[in-house]
Write a protein that binds this ligand. Structure first.
Ligand code: NAD
Length: 715
């Protein structure tokens, strides 16, 4: 048999062994889109109809085996009605079922990443040989769906129910040793041996040394468990998975249901069970949000790559300030291999910064991710200094000193005078306008914002802020540096607060107004955490620092006085004036004590309660929906304004910025997606009920126009 398609080819050798090589044209990876599936169906049908072929080997011509189904086609699927989607899934199942029932044995050579549909193809083969460097897995639940091409049917039969549920619900990529240990593959070999080993295995089957039919039959039977065994397995699995996934992410629990029913059914029936649950998940708003975020992430990465096409990488950097942020940037740069000079004006600050970096490297060693030697080498890439000497020759300097425009302007001007003419200066300011800071500089074209989030090693976003005079070359190199640090850069235009803080402060304003009107801050925290935020607004303010929030609030009020200016003292002002700066000072909205591991433990604070009561008078109970609306409306409207004002270039970048920068609940897909799902008309109607709270609650004219025309932010 011979086949030459656009996504795969088949050649048959003189011994009758056909090798199907997956090789999607004009792409660096293999993925299963409509074309690949059609060609696969064609080949499998030909093999099924009988030929001289005696065995089938499946391999890949790319570095990755198959990265999964083509996710860009998912949104189209989600728009199909239940029946159409069911039929579509059945078509793919037919291919995989035919493959698993071929009159000849099949062996797959997994040379690299095999994910989702790519791994489900492997599961439909009789034997799996895996490269030691490859990874396999079923990540679908991370997209709000679950494996829909036989993963919930074949994996439990192959590796057992507990393992399969862990693979499916965890969605992780499994290394070859784990895959071998769990029984998901039959052999692990060096990457350059994977095809040869698959051929060797095929020869053993053809020589009758391995009985593929017996193995196939065993794996196609319903599984056998007593009712007690079944109950024990699934009760445990459900408890573990349910606690981890949480109520906003239903796909893992739905996957367990499919496994639980399917293992006792014939393969055909189990496939129907899988399809039914899959359709339910695919039609859920969570799936639309999470797939939307995946596509947004791809867009953001593509935009970033566009910037960095012709730029050189930063080989040596510096950071000014060894505080929370400066220390974090130094660690991140060193751990990703770019040497960095860390300058402060205080020796004790440098020591603190080095200690923090050392602790973070230590954690990597504890987790087995780094050897002690590598950690020492990493730490050695940070040079702590008190003078400019070592800074003079670097390519890029991140300024991370205190959030005060005058101090920043003077530090930036001073630093510029010590730098090479082509060196870049980037400020990590949270809110201060880049154009304002640039006024102090002789080479404003070499200056931009580079806004990291706290804690730097964990938060994926970096906002790169373009000032009026910033050059393209400066943006390109700063974006490249952010990528080299393993971050996701988003380029935004200048304004107070840029994108993320401009949107976050209206949310805090919503919170302050709730407190003013007598809401209990702990109740608000609970409601917003249940709604999906990683922490409620009071706790978040304590973590950010009430002092930082106070200063930023002033900048925002000055920048947008009509919406963000406020008369009278709010909770942030009061706590600031009392020196209750949050976690860093031991008290804010909450009281903090160190736990046994030295981490701050959050406790109720009677003092904070009485301070707030003094500010607002009587406490008042609010409905959850009221709290959510009062918090979310200002944030959503300000996000829309950022898009209208061209602070951010696209809805995809805006939503991704909020998810990566402030942990906006991913199941809602970002502020703009959230409004799209609600419908802009319904959103405006809701906002209109809160007009008495001020301009932050007033939808823009463009929003109202879009609502009238039933338009969406995301197409
Ligand atoms: P911090 O107070 O922890 O650290 C500031 C450091 O700068 C101190 O160690 C101080 O000694 C040093 N410093 C002051 N003047 C200096 C000078 N002339 N040269 C060198 N060092 C000098 O502050 P931070 O929280 O790390 O914030 C730094 C910047 O990062 C601010 O602009 C802040 O708005 C921004 N930022 C903070 C966060 C956050 O969550 N903390 C998040 C994003 C951005």
């Amino acid at each position: 048999m011979k086949f030459e398609g656009k996504t795969l080819r088949v050649v048959t050798n003189e011994s009758g062994i056909a090798t199907l090589t997956l090789d999607l044209k004009d792409s660096s990876v293999n993925k299963f889109g409509a074309q690949a599936l059609a060609e696969l169906a064609d080949v499998v049908t030909q093999l099924e109809q009988g030929s001289t072929v005696r065995g089938l080997i499946i391999s890949s011509a790319k570095d990755a085996f198959v990265v999964g189904a083509d996710i860009t086609e998912f949104m189209g699927w989600f728009q199909l009605d239940d029946e159409q989607l069911t039929q579509k899934l059945k078509q793919t199942h037919d291919i995989f079922t035919k493959l698993s029932n071929l009159p000849i044995p099949s062996v797959v050579a997994i040379n690299g990443l095999a994910l989702g549909g790519g791994f489900e193809l492997c599961l439909a083969c009789d034997y799996r040989v895996m490269a030691d460097s490859a990874k396999v897995g079923l990540p679908e639940t991370q997209l709000g769906i679950y494996p829909g091409w036989g993963g919930t049917v074949r994996l439990p039969r192959l590796i057992g129910v507990d393992n399969a549920c862990e693979w499916i619900c965890g969605g992780q990529q499994k290394r070859s040793d784990d895959a071998m240990k769990d029984g998901a593959v039959d052999a692990v070999v060096a990457a350059d041996q994977v095809v040869a080993s698959a051929e060797h295995l095929m020869q053993q089957i053809l020589d009758g040394k391995l009985d593929y039919q017996a193995r196939r039959n065993a794996l196609q039977q319903p599984m056998q468990f007593s009712p007690i065994e079944k109950m024990m397995i699934f009760e445990t699995v459900r408890a573990v998975v349910g606690a981890k996934a949480g109520k906003h992410y239903p796909a893992p629990m739905e996957a367990i249901k499919s496994v639980e029913k399917g293992i006792f059914q014939s393969i055909d029936k189990a496939v129907d069970t899988e399809i039914k649950g899959f359709v339910k998940m695919a039609k859920s708003p969570v799936a639309r949000s999470l797939v939307g975020l995946f596509l947004n992430d791809q867009h953001v990465k593509k935009v970033a790559s566009g910037y960095t096409k012709n730029t050189e990488r930063v080989t040596h950097a510096a950071v000014l300030g060894a505080g929370i942020m400066g220390g974090g940037v130094a660690y991140q740069s060193a751990s990703k291999g770019t040497p960095i000079v860390m300058k402060d004006i205080r020796q004790d600050a440098l020591e603190l910064g080095m200690n923090e970096a050392s602790k973070l490297f230590g954690k990597q060693v504890e987790r087995g991710k780094l050897t002690t030697d590598k950690a020492m080498q990493g730490l050695g890439k940070i040079t702590p200094v008190l003078t400019y000497g070592e800074v003079e020759n670097v390519d890029l300097v991140v300024e991370a000193v205190v959030e005060n425009p005058k101090i920043k302007q003077s530090v930036l001007a001073d630093t510029e005078s010590h730098l090479r003419d082509d060196a870049i200066l980037a400020s990590n300011t949270s809110t201060i306008s880049i154009n304002l800071l640039a006024q102090a500089l002789k080479r404003p074209e070499n200056f931009c914002g580079m806004h990291f989030f706290n804690p730097v090693h964990r938060m994926p976003l970096v906002e790169v802020i373009r000032g009026e005079k910033t050059s393209d070359a400066t943006i390109a190199k700063t974006v490249a540096y952010a990528q080299a640090l393993g971050k996701t850069p988003i380029v935004v235009n200048d304004c107070p607060g840029f994108l993320v803080n401009r949107v976050l402060f209206p949310y805090f304003a919503g919170f302050s107004a709730l407190l003013r009107d007598g809401a209990d801050y702990q109740a608000v925290d609970k409601v917003m955490e249940r709604f999906g935020w990683p922490m409620g607004p009071a706790y978040l303010l304590d973590v950010v620092g009430i002092d930082t929030a106070y200063h930023a609030d002033q900048v925002m009020a000055e920048g947008f006085p009509d919406r963000m200016g406020h008369d009278g003292e709010n909770a942030i002002d009061r706590f600031f004036s009392l020196g209750r700066f949050g976690q860093k000072s031991g008290s804010g909205f909450y009281q903090y004590e160190q736990d046994r591991k030295g981490k701050p433990k959050k406790l109720k604070s009677a003092e904070a309660e009485s301070i707030l009561q003094d500010l607002s008078g009587e406490t008042k109970a609010f409905e959850d929906s009221d709290i959510i609306a009062r918090m979310m409306i200002p944030l959503c409207i300000e996000t829309a304004r950022c898009l209208e004002d061209n602070i951010v270039a696209s809805a995809a970048e805006a939503d991704m910025g909020l998810v990566y920068g402030i942990g906006f609940p991913p199941y809602l897909g970002g502020a703009l997606h959230y409004m799209d799902e609600m419908g802009l008309a319904a959103f405006c109607e809701l906002a209109d009920q809160y007009q008495h709270l001020g301009k932050l609650y007033e939808p823009t004219a463009t929003m109202r126009d879009m609502a009238a025309q039933q338009k969406h932010y995301h197409q």
